[in-house]
Design a protein around this ligand. Sequence first.
Ligand SMILES: C[S@@+](CC[C@H](N)C(=O)[O-])C[C@H]1O[C@@H](n2cnc3c(N)ncnc32)[C@H](O)[C@@H]1O
Length: 161
Amino acid sequence: MSRLDSFIRRLEAQRACLDHAAELIAGLVGPMLELGLGNGRTYDHLRELFPDRDIYVCERRVAAHPDCIPPADKLLLGDMFETLPAAREMLGGKVVLAHFDAGTGDAASNRKLAAGLRPLIVPLLCPGGVLATQQAMDGAGLMPIPLPNGVAEGRYHLYRA
Ligand SMILES: C[S@@+](CC[C@H](N)C(=O)[O-])C[C@H]1O[C@@H](n2cnc3c(N)ncnc32)[C@H](O)[C@@H]1O
């Protein structure tokens, strides 16, 4: 598969998983958490899916498309290893959907980042809340759930808290 095909499939998987997650959490009340603003593409998609929900966004340095910059009171600006523990009082046990997309092209450092942040993300989820992530985050407190049709195993990951 060419790198272009792989890139397109990754983005299709990401969108399919976010759309599926939206159905899974439809009955839950609470905020969303976008972990990695980047260009703001998935944040923008979440805003479209959830126009009436609070979406908190973690990012160490905002460089998103100007239309995709979160309001200051929803931006957790700084390194997630610091901002997530600081957000525990506000968001602990309340997040209905967290989307983790903070990786780079380096698989080993992505695994390390995901493993390091996992214990900071899980306590923020509400019971039944969903985590969508490009990196696997198997372990205590998270139950893997099936991917939507058309998304190859391992390309994206969905978990229920
Ligand atoms: C792949 S990009 C996100 C892409 C974005 N979801 C989109 O669709 O445009 C990853 C982002 O995560 C941020 N990031 C990575 N590690 C971080 C950390 N430890 N704390 C805060 N932000 C981090 C990077 O600065 C980068 O902007």
